[in-house]
Design a protein. Sequence first.
Length: 94
Amino acid sequence: YVIKGEYIFKVGDEMFNLKPGESLFGPRTIPHAFANISEGESRILVLLQPAGTIETFFKEASKLNRSDANFSVASRELSKQHGIEVVGPPLKID
């Protein structure tokens, strides 16, 4: 659910642009991703059901050092530990 700003979402092979007040469902069995395409501040609300260990994932991910040379490997390993499968590169915004 987009609270502020504008986002692009990819669910399966479909792309969606969402603005404040709009929402989208990304099923657990369909690859999905999103990116902020706003200038300035933006906010979204993401709901996960069932949540599983996602809260622990976010707490551990917040401790990773993005400037560390091993960040990508550590991030993928942490994702794997929590049942998150990274299936492609980040969305490209043109």
